[in-house]
Write a protein that binds this ligand. Structure first.
Ligand code: F6R
Length: 247
């Protein structure tokens, strides 16, 4: 795992936006896996700003949704679909029909997961996967477990995750208890992964991800086994790792 240090959130966003743009310029028809949440928000903002300035097009890019709340309709303002639409699709020339999303209202969950998996892996799978890490160590919504998941599935969210995501809803009761997610196996098949981590609040989990035991109890730790994963983190998130190195 390559580690790139940035002074702050803006720095992380700039490095990641450069990387995404370079990828798209080299491969205009690439497939990007989109995470949501606060970690990649600045990256999407910068990509949209730079798009307005000209010189790049996302018209041929294929997008893949990393995860989605189960039972929340696509149009709900807190659905991950709405997030990507508002922050990226509507602000660039990305074509909505090139986006592979979960049907969050699917009745047959297994069937929906099989359909999503097949679509994601068609056209060569994911080229560039953008990720954040949750307080539990989750990537996508792959929460700590006995074993790493392979393919798409619907996961029960940890109370800690529900609490963390309650900030986006009017009350914690409104946060869905389950979510669809891309499996760890499929995430690991992405050609390039960027993991964005900022803030002191993530320092403890980041230390476990980077220095702890690799295993499904800290799902993001598996990224250390990926052949081309770049962690982009700020000083605050890296502070406990710095401390360990100094000791
Ligand atoms: C969201 C996702 C989650 C988040 C993680 C961190 O699509 O896949 O794994 O990346 O929960 O969330 P933030 O960035 O809001 O701290």
């Amino acid at each position: 795992m390559e580690i790139l240090r940035a002074g702050d959130y803006e720095g992380i966003s700039r490095i990641a936006a450069d990387l995404v743009e370079r990828y798209v310029l080299n491969k205009p028809g690439c497939t990007i896996g989109f995470a949501t949440g606060s970690s990649p928000f600045g990256v999407y903002r910068m990509l949209a700003e730079r798009y307005r300035q000209g010189g790049i097009s996302y018209q041929k890019v294929r997008g893949v949704q990393l995860d989605e709340y189960y039972g929340l309709e696509k149009e709900h303002k807190q659905s991950f679909y709405s997030y990507i639409k508002q922050n990226f699709m509507d602000k660039t020339d990305f074509q909505e029909e090139h986006f592979v999303a979960f049907d969050s209202l699917a009745v047959d969950i297994q069937k929906e997961c099989r359909r999503y998996e097949k679509e994601v892996l068609s056209e060569g799978g994911v080229d560039l996967q953008i990720l954040g890490v949750g307080d539990t160590g989750h990537i996508g919504f792959n929460e700590p477990d006995e074993a790493f998941s392979e393919t798409a599935h619907c996961m029960k969210l940890e109370p800690e995750t529900i609490e963390a995501n309650a900030r986006f809803f009017d009350s914690p009761d409104e946060v869905p208890g389950y979510a669809f997610t891309m499996g760890i196996g499929t995430i690991m098949k992405a050609r390039k992964i960027i993991l964005l981590v900022n803030g002191e609040g993530k320092a403890d989990i980041l230390k476990r991800v980077v220095c702890g035991r690799i295993g499904p109890r800290v799902p993001a730790s598996v990224l250390r086994l990926h052949r081309d994963c770049t962690l982009i983190a700020d000083d605050a998130a890296l502070s406990l790792i710095d401390k360990t190195i100094q000791e």
